[in-house]
Design a protein around this ligand. Sequence first.
Ligand code: BES
Length: 461
Amino acid sequence: MSLDAVLARIDADLPQATDRLMELLRIPSISTDPAYKGDCEKAADWLVADLQSLGFTAGKRATPGHPMVVAHGGSGDGAAPHLLFYGHYDVQPVDPLELWTRDPFDPAIEKTPAGEVIRGRGSADDKGQLMTFVEACRAFIAEHGELPCRITVLFEGEEESGSPSLTPFMEANADELKADIALICDTGMYDPETPAIVTMLRGLLGEEITVRGPDKDLHSGYYGGLAMNPARVLARIIADLHDDTGRITVPDFYDGVPELSDTLRAQWDQLGFDAEAFLGSVGLNLPAGEQDRSPLEQVWARPTCEVNGIWSGYTGKGFKTVLPSEAHAKISFRLVGTQDPHKIRENFRAFVEARVPADCTVTFQAHGASPASQMSISDPAFEKARQALSPEWPNDAAYIGGGGSIPIAGHFKQILGMDSLLIGFGLDDDQIHSPNEKYNMASFHKGMRSWARVLDALSRG
Ligand code: BES
């Protein structure tokens, strides 16, 4: 099959591909908010219809949460591998809405000094990214009447809310989903000129804490001083979670955290990471993690503990002299190496309980627990893909780490015995999970072309 013809088809079809992505972006498939359940169904239906139009046998599969989309296409001969492609059609909530420059679900192409961007929730995470793969498949089919190899597609609708249905679904459908290698398009490039294969991702553990004190909100003058304030209790617990050097103080937290290998350290040193520019682009200056670790280690290779949300008492306009009855926080840990999320959850809860005074109570709600994943890049597919990616971009593709979490990469390994090739075209300034999310038109267009190149290279066996 000629790759040049497929690339030319992608170029010619860019306006139509953009229209298709816009349609998908208009569906507000926010998975964490039950109000958008119907929209998650709609996004799944849209994908099923699109994949069917390409000749895939595609279906929507019910789960206790949002549906999965599973599709099968291509036949492939003996030498070509069977690939499983994964992406997610759900998106993050859009708040604070007032900071968006447009309706997050009314996407548009905007001209910026760095070129055209597609602005809208989900443009980069992950609808724009998953469509780069679908469009590459469309171009193969349009030019050659078939896919270059056997491809199974799995689209999930709960990635942004901890993937509760994923492992049972994978276990129940293991035979159908098992392939030679998984391809995941949900990560970023190293920089706008350097494509990347992410070889390690951090795991994630989420905990919501509620500290309760008095049985109702109180007048803070009438009771203040004498009555225990749960907001103060919670603030002290949170402050205790790190020491002055940035280390996390939960007992045994660092069990299973490996030192960076010399090879990886050398590879990463070569990347010349500019921490000042990275922090400068979000209005900051000072690295705030473990003081004895390099900036790149802090974001890719070290575990973290972060407060994602914290609330108590009166937070509306004006002022109310209240002594709150409850205080809440959502706390997450990013994990590396072989850190065990379940053990850390237990130790964290004990750490909190030991700091709650007798007059208060604490309850916990678990929000997901997935270990870190590390790819063994000895599978030749990694180097084949890296070499296939390089000609599309100004710089050769790099092997990099990823600070975020994609729990499915670990599940693919444990449940289906497959490594994952994590190739994505997002950029640091895409504002994923933030207001004004965007995906560069160059990421979308060259992303499709990159997948065509990777599919071509991998199918050659
Ligand atoms: N695309 C991201 C993960 C990511 C971001 C990987 C940056 C590498 C670098 C993904 O969609 C995501 O945001 N995942 C969540 C997972 C969670 C909700 C279970 C995350 O990392 O917070």
